[in-house]
Design a protein around this ligand. Structure first.
Ligand code: G
Ligand code: MN
Length: 397
Protein backbone atom coordinates (compact mmCIF):
# COMPACT_ATOMS: atom_id res chain seq x y z
CA UNK A 1 0.00 0.00 0.00
CA UNK A 2 1.31 3.42 -0.90
CA UNK A 3 -0.15 6.60 0.39
CA UNK A 4 1.04 10.17 0.16
CA UNK A 5 -0.12 12.83 2.55
CA UNK A 6 0.48 16.45 1.66
CA UNK A 7 0.30 19.50 3.87
CA UNK A 8 -1.85 21.77 1.73
CA UNK A 9 -1.11 24.89 3.75
CA UNK A 10 2.65 24.23 3.88
CA UNK A 11 3.38 27.17 1.58
CA UNK A 12 1.01 29.39 3.57
CA UNK A 13 2.74 28.43 6.82
CA UNK A 14 6.15 28.96 5.23
CA UNK A 15 5.19 32.47 4.10
CA UNK A 16 3.58 33.41 7.39
CA UNK A 17 6.02 31.85 9.86
CA UNK A 18 9.16 30.90 7.90
CA UNK A 19 10.47 27.59 6.65
CA UNK A 20 11.86 26.43 10.00
CA UNK A 21 8.36 26.44 11.49
CA UNK A 22 6.89 24.83 8.36
CA UNK A 23 9.40 22.00 8.63
CA UNK A 24 8.67 21.55 12.35
CA UNK A 25 5.07 21.00 11.31
CA UNK A 26 6.08 18.31 8.84
CA UNK A 27 8.10 16.56 11.58
CA UNK A 28 5.19 16.66 14.01
CA UNK A 29 2.80 15.19 11.44
CA UNK A 30 5.34 12.49 10.61
CA UNK A 31 5.47 11.63 14.32
CA UNK A 32 1.69 11.43 14.57
CA UNK A 33 1.56 9.12 11.57
CA UNK A 34 4.23 6.82 12.96
CA UNK A 35 2.17 6.61 16.17
CA UNK A 36 -0.94 5.37 14.41
CA UNK A 37 0.52 3.16 11.69
CA UNK A 38 0.94 -0.54 12.30
CA UNK A 39 4.54 -1.62 12.78
CA UNK A 40 6.30 -1.91 9.49
CA UNK A 41 4.72 1.24 8.10
CA UNK A 42 7.35 3.53 6.66
CA UNK A 43 7.01 7.28 6.61
CA UNK A 44 9.45 9.41 4.72
CA UNK A 45 9.41 12.79 3.09
CA UNK A 46 8.72 12.75 -0.62
CA UNK A 47 8.97 16.49 -0.98
CA UNK A 48 9.02 19.39 1.45
CA UNK A 49 5.28 19.15 2.15
CA UNK A 50 4.58 15.54 1.30
CA UNK A 51 4.94 12.48 3.49
CA UNK A 52 5.05 9.14 1.90
CA UNK A 53 3.71 6.06 3.64
CA UNK A 54 4.41 2.55 2.45
CA UNK A 55 3.33 -0.64 4.09
CA UNK A 56 3.83 -4.24 3.20
CA UNK A 57 0.73 -6.08 2.09
CA UNK A 58 0.87 -8.27 5.23
CA UNK A 59 1.24 -5.19 7.42
CA UNK A 60 -2.15 -3.85 6.44
CA UNK A 61 -3.90 -6.93 5.13
CA UNK A 62 -4.38 -5.64 1.62
CA UNK A 63 -7.60 -6.87 0.12
CA UNK A 64 -11.19 -5.87 -0.03
CA UNK A 65 -11.41 -4.51 3.51
CA UNK A 66 -8.49 -2.10 3.38
CA UNK A 67 -9.30 -1.00 -0.13
CA UNK A 68 -12.73 0.01 1.06
CA UNK A 69 -11.73 1.68 4.29
CA UNK A 70 -8.45 3.35 3.39
CA UNK A 71 -10.04 6.55 2.05
CA UNK A 72 -12.25 6.84 5.14
CA UNK A 73 -9.32 6.27 7.44
CA UNK A 74 -7.23 8.86 5.60
CA UNK A 75 -10.10 11.38 5.67
CA UNK A 76 -10.60 10.94 9.38
CA UNK A 77 -6.85 11.28 10.01
CA UNK A 78 -6.80 14.51 7.93
CA UNK A 79 -9.88 15.83 9.69
CA UNK A 80 -8.48 14.97 13.14
CA UNK A 81 -5.18 16.65 12.26
CA UNK A 82 -6.96 19.89 11.45
CA UNK A 83 -8.74 20.11 14.79
CA UNK A 84 -5.64 19.12 16.79
CA UNK A 85 -3.33 22.07 16.19
CA UNK A 86 0.43 21.54 16.08
CA UNK A 87 2.28 23.45 18.81
CA UNK A 88 5.25 25.37 17.49
CA UNK A 89 7.46 28.12 18.86
CA UNK A 90 5.30 30.50 16.80
CA UNK A 91 2.05 29.31 18.36
CA UNK A 92 -0.50 26.62 17.59
CA UNK A 93 -1.06 25.91 13.90
CA UNK A 94 -3.88 24.08 12.17
CA UNK A 95 -2.62 21.86 9.41
CA UNK A 96 -4.67 20.84 6.39
CA UNK A 97 -3.58 17.40 5.24
CA UNK A 98 -4.81 15.77 2.11
CA UNK A 99 -4.10 12.27 0.89
CA UNK A 100 -3.67 10.27 -2.21
CA UNK A 101 -3.86 6.57 -1.70
CA UNK A 102 -2.92 3.76 -3.97
CA UNK A 103 -3.46 0.11 -3.31
CA UNK A 104 -1.43 -1.95 -5.67
CA UNK A 105 -1.33 -0.17 -8.97
CA UNK A 106 -4.72 1.56 -8.73
CA UNK A 107 -4.56 5.31 -8.66
CA UNK A 108 -6.93 6.62 -6.02
CA UNK A 109 -8.80 9.92 -5.98
CA UNK A 110 -7.56 12.75 -3.80
CA UNK A 111 -8.81 12.43 -0.26
CA UNK A 112 -9.74 15.52 1.78
CA UNK A 113 -8.68 18.05 -0.86
CA UNK A 114 -8.06 21.65 0.21
CA UNK A 115 -10.37 24.19 -1.36
CA UNK A 116 -9.13 27.40 0.21
CA UNK A 117 -7.32 30.26 -1.47
CA UNK A 118 -3.54 30.69 -1.63
CA UNK A 119 -2.06 33.12 0.88
CA UNK A 120 -2.48 36.71 -0.33
CA UNK A 121 0.38 38.63 -1.88
CA UNK A 122 -0.28 41.92 -0.05
CA UNK A 123 2.47 43.15 2.29
CA UNK A 124 0.36 42.39 5.38
CA UNK A 125 -0.80 38.94 4.20
CA UNK A 126 1.61 37.08 6.51
CA UNK A 127 0.49 39.02 9.59
CA UNK A 128 -3.16 38.51 8.68
CA UNK A 129 -2.59 34.78 8.18
CA UNK A 130 -0.95 34.54 11.62
CA UNK A 131 -3.86 36.39 13.27
CA UNK A 132 -6.44 34.23 11.45
CA UNK A 133 -4.54 31.08 12.41
CA UNK A 134 -4.37 32.08 16.09
CA UNK A 135 -8.16 32.36 16.10
CA UNK A 136 -8.68 29.11 14.17
CA UNK A 137 -6.34 27.21 16.50
CA UNK A 138 -8.48 28.26 19.46
CA UNK A 139 -11.79 27.43 17.85
CA UNK A 140 -11.32 24.37 15.62
CA UNK A 141 -10.52 22.03 18.55
CA UNK A 142 -13.97 22.92 19.91
CA UNK A 143 -15.51 21.08 16.97
CA UNK A 144 -14.37 17.83 18.56
CA UNK A 145 -16.75 18.17 21.48
CA UNK A 146 -20.20 19.50 20.64
CA UNK A 147 -21.53 21.72 23.38
CA UNK A 148 -25.10 22.38 24.32
CA UNK A 149 -24.41 25.70 25.98
CA UNK A 150 -21.58 28.04 26.94
CA UNK A 151 -18.64 26.30 28.60
CA UNK A 152 -17.73 26.90 32.24
CA UNK A 153 -15.73 30.08 32.80
CA UNK A 154 -12.16 29.89 31.55
CA UNK A 155 -12.90 27.89 28.42
CA UNK A 156 -13.76 29.01 24.98
CA UNK A 157 -16.84 27.44 23.44
CA UNK A 158 -18.98 27.50 20.37
CA UNK A 159 -22.74 27.55 20.74
CA UNK A 160 -25.72 27.62 18.43
CA UNK A 161 -28.20 30.42 18.71
CA UNK A 162 -31.58 30.29 16.99
CA UNK A 163 -33.69 32.99 15.39
CA UNK A 164 -37.03 32.47 13.63
CA UNK A 165 -38.15 33.83 10.29
CA UNK A 166 -41.77 34.83 10.83
CA UNK A 167 -44.71 35.80 8.65
CA UNK A 168 -46.44 39.16 8.79
CA UNK A 169 -49.68 37.36 9.67
CA UNK A 170 -47.99 34.93 12.06
CA UNK A 171 -46.47 31.65 10.98
CA UNK A 172 -42.84 30.58 10.94
CA UNK A 173 -40.94 29.83 7.75
CA UNK A 174 -38.06 28.30 9.70
CA UNK A 175 -35.62 28.80 12.56
CA UNK A 176 -32.08 29.78 11.57
CA UNK A 177 -29.07 28.38 13.41
CA UNK A 178 -26.43 31.02 14.14
CA UNK A 179 -22.99 29.97 15.46
CA UNK A 180 -21.65 32.07 18.28
CA UNK A 181 -18.17 31.81 19.73
CA UNK A 182 -17.93 32.42 23.48
CA UNK A 183 -14.73 33.90 24.90
CA UNK A 184 -12.83 32.50 27.88
CA UNK A 185 -14.78 35.01 30.02
CA UNK A 186 -18.01 33.32 28.93
CA UNK A 187 -19.13 36.35 26.91
CA UNK A 188 -20.88 35.61 23.63
CA UNK A 189 -19.05 37.16 20.69
CA UNK A 190 -19.95 38.17 17.17
CA UNK A 191 -19.21 35.29 14.81
CA UNK A 192 -18.11 37.56 11.98
CA UNK A 193 -14.36 37.82 12.67
CA UNK A 194 -14.19 34.05 13.09
CA UNK A 195 -16.14 33.30 9.90
CA UNK A 196 -14.05 35.70 7.85
CA UNK A 197 -10.81 34.28 9.28
CA UNK A 198 -11.88 30.72 8.50
CA UNK A 199 -12.80 31.70 4.95
CA UNK A 200 -9.42 33.37 4.39
CA UNK A 201 -7.66 30.28 5.75
CA UNK A 202 -9.82 28.00 3.60
CA UNK A 203 -11.19 26.26 6.72
CA UNK A 204 -14.81 27.48 6.58
CA UNK A 205 -16.21 24.17 5.38
CA UNK A 206 -15.13 22.50 8.61
CA UNK A 207 -17.29 24.79 10.74
CA UNK A 208 -20.11 24.71 8.18
CA UNK A 209 -20.17 20.92 8.17
CA UNK A 210 -20.23 20.93 11.96
CA UNK A 211 -23.20 23.30 12.06
CA UNK A 212 -25.16 21.48 9.34
CA UNK A 213 -24.62 18.19 11.21
CA UNK A 214 -25.80 19.77 14.46
CA UNK A 215 -28.88 21.14 12.69
CA UNK A 216 -29.64 17.69 11.24
CA UNK A 217 -29.45 16.31 14.81
CA UNK A 218 -32.06 18.88 15.85
CA UNK A 219 -34.27 18.05 12.85
CA UNK A 220 -34.16 14.37 13.71
CA UNK A 221 -35.20 15.17 17.25
CA UNK A 222 -38.05 17.49 16.29
CA UNK A 223 -40.38 16.16 13.59
CA UNK A 224 -42.26 18.84 11.67
CA UNK A 225 -39.77 21.62 12.44
CA UNK A 226 -37.95 23.44 9.64
CA UNK A 227 -34.42 24.66 10.39
CA UNK A 228 -31.72 26.50 8.45
CA UNK A 229 -27.93 26.42 8.57
CA UNK A 230 -25.56 29.00 7.11
CA UNK A 231 -23.03 27.68 4.67
CA UNK A 232 -20.29 29.78 3.13
CA UNK A 233 -20.30 29.78 -0.66
CA UNK A 234 -16.65 28.73 -0.33
CA UNK A 235 -17.75 25.46 1.28
CA UNK A 236 -19.95 24.51 -1.67
CA UNK A 237 -16.96 23.57 -3.77
CA UNK A 238 -15.54 21.36 -0.99
CA UNK A 239 -17.72 18.51 -2.23
CA UNK A 240 -15.56 15.95 -0.46
CA UNK A 241 -16.37 17.36 2.99
CA UNK A 242 -20.06 16.80 2.57
CA UNK A 243 -20.24 13.12 1.66
CA UNK A 244 -21.33 11.93 5.12
CA UNK A 245 -23.85 14.74 5.53
CA UNK A 246 -25.37 13.94 2.14
CA UNK A 247 -25.53 10.24 2.99
CA UNK A 248 -27.38 11.12 6.15
CA UNK A 249 -29.88 13.25 4.25
CA UNK A 250 -30.32 10.55 1.64
CA UNK A 251 -31.36 8.10 4.35
CA UNK A 252 -33.83 10.62 5.83
CA UNK A 253 -35.80 12.40 3.08
CA UNK A 254 -38.21 13.63 5.76
CA UNK A 255 -35.29 15.46 7.41
CA UNK A 256 -33.84 16.72 4.11
CA UNK A 257 -37.16 18.37 3.26
CA UNK A 258 -37.03 20.35 6.49
CA UNK A 259 -33.46 21.63 6.03
CA UNK A 260 -32.70 25.00 4.45
CA UNK A 261 -29.14 25.77 3.33
CA UNK A 262 -28.51 29.51 3.59
CA UNK A 263 -25.67 30.36 1.26
CA UNK A 264 -23.65 33.29 2.55
CA UNK A 265 -21.38 35.03 0.15
CA UNK A 266 -18.70 36.82 2.09
CA UNK A 267 -16.20 34.77 0.07
CA UNK A 268 -16.07 34.41 -3.67
CA UNK A 269 -17.26 31.02 -4.90
CA UNK A 270 -13.99 29.21 -5.59
CA UNK A 271 -15.30 26.87 -8.24
CA UNK A 272 -18.66 27.93 -9.61
CA UNK A 273 -19.32 24.76 -11.61
CA UNK A 274 -18.75 22.55 -8.61
CA UNK A 275 -20.84 24.82 -6.40
CA UNK A 276 -23.75 24.70 -8.86
CA UNK A 277 -23.52 20.91 -9.11
CA UNK A 278 -23.44 20.66 -5.32
CA UNK A 279 -26.51 22.87 -4.92
CA UNK A 280 -28.34 20.71 -7.47
CA UNK A 281 -27.48 17.56 -5.48
CA UNK A 282 -28.62 19.07 -2.21
CA UNK A 283 -31.83 20.20 -3.81
CA UNK A 284 -32.43 16.78 -5.36
CA UNK A 285 -32.36 15.41 -1.81
CA UNK A 286 -35.29 17.67 -1.00
CA UNK A 287 -33.48 20.49 0.82
CA UNK A 288 -34.28 24.12 0.13
CA UNK A 289 -31.70 26.74 -0.83
CA UNK A 290 -31.70 30.32 0.43
CA UNK A 291 -29.41 33.07 -0.79
CA UNK A 292 -28.40 35.04 2.31
CA UNK A 293 -27.63 38.75 2.62
CA UNK A 294 -28.78 39.46 -0.92
CA UNK A 295 -27.41 42.72 -2.27
CA UNK A 296 -24.12 42.82 -0.37
CA UNK A 297 -20.86 40.88 -0.48
CA UNK A 298 -20.42 38.63 -3.49
CA UNK A 299 -24.11 37.97 -4.04
CA UNK A 300 -25.10 39.05 -7.51
CA UNK A 301 -28.14 38.81 -9.69
CA UNK A 302 -26.17 36.33 -11.77
CA UNK A 303 -25.94 34.15 -8.65
CA UNK A 304 -29.74 34.20 -8.35
CA UNK A 305 -30.09 33.06 -11.93
CA UNK A 306 -27.53 30.30 -11.45
CA UNK A 307 -28.73 28.96 -8.10
CA UNK A 308 -32.44 29.79 -8.57
CA UNK A 309 -32.94 29.73 -4.80
CA UNK A 310 -36.20 28.82 -3.10
CA UNK A 311 -35.71 31.68 -0.66
CA UNK A 312 -33.99 35.06 -1.02
CA UNK A 313 -33.00 37.02 2.10
CA UNK A 314 -32.55 40.73 1.56
CA UNK A 315 -29.64 42.11 3.53
CA UNK A 316 -30.59 44.34 6.42
CA UNK A 317 -28.57 47.20 4.97
CA UNK A 318 -31.46 48.03 2.64
CA UNK A 319 -34.09 48.07 5.36
CA UNK A 320 -31.83 50.16 7.61
CA UNK A 321 -31.73 52.70 4.81
CA UNK A 322 -35.37 52.37 3.74
CA UNK A 323 -36.51 54.35 6.78
CA UNK A 324 -34.28 57.29 5.77
CA UNK A 325 -36.34 58.58 2.88
CA UNK A 326 -38.44 57.82 -0.21
CA UNK A 327 -35.47 57.08 -2.45
CA UNK A 328 -34.15 54.36 -0.14
CA UNK A 329 -37.64 53.05 0.50
CA UNK A 330 -38.08 52.69 -3.28
CA UNK A 331 -34.77 50.81 -3.56
CA UNK A 332 -35.94 48.38 -0.90
CA UNK A 333 -39.30 47.88 -2.63
CA UNK A 334 -37.61 47.23 -5.96
CA UNK A 335 -35.26 44.70 -4.38
CA UNK A 336 -38.22 42.81 -2.93
CA UNK A 337 -39.91 42.93 -6.34
CA UNK A 338 -36.74 41.65 -8.03
CA UNK A 339 -36.41 38.80 -5.54
CA UNK A 340 -40.06 37.87 -6.05
CA UNK A 341 -39.59 37.77 -9.79
CA UNK A 342 -37.31 34.77 -9.28
CA UNK A 343 -40.29 32.94 -7.83
CA UNK A 344 -38.62 32.76 -4.45
CA UNK A 345 -39.97 33.30 -0.97
CA UNK A 346 -38.62 36.69 0.13
CA UNK A 347 -37.29 37.28 3.64
CA UNK A 348 -36.46 40.79 4.86
CA UNK A 349 -33.66 40.74 7.43
CA UNK A 350 -32.97 43.08 10.32
CA UNK A 351 -36.46 44.22 11.34
CA UNK A 352 -35.90 46.15 14.53
CA UNK A 353 -38.81 48.58 14.62
CA UNK A 354 -42.52 48.63 13.88
CA UNK A 355 -41.87 51.28 11.20
CA UNK A 356 -39.53 48.87 9.42
CA UNK A 357 -42.05 46.04 9.66
CA UNK A 358 -44.61 48.29 7.99
CA UNK A 359 -42.24 49.13 5.14
CA UNK A 360 -41.61 45.41 4.66
CA UNK A 361 -45.30 44.60 4.62
CA UNK A 362 -46.05 47.44 2.20
CA UNK A 363 -43.32 46.15 -0.10
CA UNK A 364 -45.02 42.77 -0.19
CA UNK A 365 -42.24 40.73 1.40
CA UNK A 366 -43.98 37.95 3.24
CA UNK A 367 -41.32 36.88 5.69
CA UNK A 368 -39.43 38.86 8.31
CA UNK A 369 -36.51 38.25 10.63
CA UNK A 370 -35.16 40.58 13.24
CA UNK A 371 -34.91 41.73 16.82
CA UNK A 372 -38.48 43.09 16.72
CA UNK A 373 -39.87 39.58 16.38
CA UNK A 374 -37.27 37.53 18.22
CA UNK A 375 -33.65 38.03 19.27
CA UNK A 376 -31.24 35.23 18.38
CA UNK A 377 -31.07 33.08 21.50
CA UNK A 378 -30.25 29.66 22.87
CA UNK A 379 -33.97 29.00 23.26
CA UNK A 380 -35.42 26.54 20.79
CA UNK A 381 -38.67 28.37 20.19
CA UNK A 382 -40.15 25.44 18.27
CA UNK A 383 -40.38 23.62 21.57
CA UNK A 384 -42.72 26.40 22.68
CA UNK A 385 -45.07 26.05 19.78
CA UNK A 386 -43.36 28.29 17.24
CA UNK A 387 -43.44 25.69 14.51
CA UNK A 388 -43.88 25.55 10.79
CA UNK A 389 -45.11 22.91 8.44
CA UNK A 390 -42.41 21.73 6.09
CA UNK A 391 -44.47 23.27 3.32
CA UNK A 392 -43.73 27.00 3.62
CA UNK A 393 -47.00 28.03 1.99
CA UNK A 394 -48.97 26.32 4.71
CA UNK A 395 -46.90 27.53 7.61
CA UNK A 396 -48.77 28.26 10.79
CA UNK A 397 -47.61 29.31 14.21
O1 G B 1 -25.56 36.60 7.49
P1 G B 1 -26.85 36.42 8.26
O2 G B 1 -27.96 37.21 7.73
O3 G B 1 -27.20 34.99 8.48
O4 G B 1 -26.50 37.03 9.68
C1 G B 1 -27.46 37.15 10.62
C2 G B 1 -26.86 37.98 11.74
O5 G B 1 -27.65 39.15 11.93
C3 G B 1 -26.85 37.23 13.02
O6 G B 1 -25.59 37.32 13.60
C4 G B 1 -27.91 37.91 13.86
O7 G B 1 -27.55 37.97 15.21
C5 G B 1 -27.99 39.30 13.30
N1 G B 1 -29.33 39.84 13.38
C6 G B 1 -30.48 39.16 13.38
N2 G B 1 -31.55 40.00 13.46
C7 G B 1 -31.02 41.26 13.53
C8 G B 1 -31.58 42.57 13.64
O8 G B 1 -32.79 42.78 13.70
N3 G B 1 -30.70 43.62 13.66
C9 G B 1 -29.35 43.45 13.60
N4 G B 1 -28.56 44.53 13.64
N5 G B 1 -28.79 42.24 13.50
C10 G B 1 -29.61 41.14 13.46
MN1 MN C 1 -28.24 33.62 7.50
Amino acid sequence: MRLSLSICNYAHIGRAYGSVVADMVVEEIRGRLVDVLPTGGLVRAAGPETLFVTMSDEGCGVGGVVAEFLPRWVASFCSATLVRPVSTEAGALCVWLSGEGALGSDEGERIFPFCGPPIGSEPDAAALYRADMALAAEVLPLLLAPQAGPAPKGDRSLVLYWQPVVGAQGGVLYHEALSRPCGPDGAVQSPEPLLLALERLGFACLLDRHVVSAVIDELEAAPGVVLAANVSAQSLSCTYMWSEVLERLERRPDVARRLVWEITETALVADMNRAVAFVARVRALGCRIAVDDFGVGFTSIRQLIIFSPDIIKIDRLFLDRAVLGPRDAAIFRQLVELARSFGAEVVAEGIETRAQAEIVEAAGAVWQQGYLHAMPSLTRLWRQGWTALSDAAGAVR
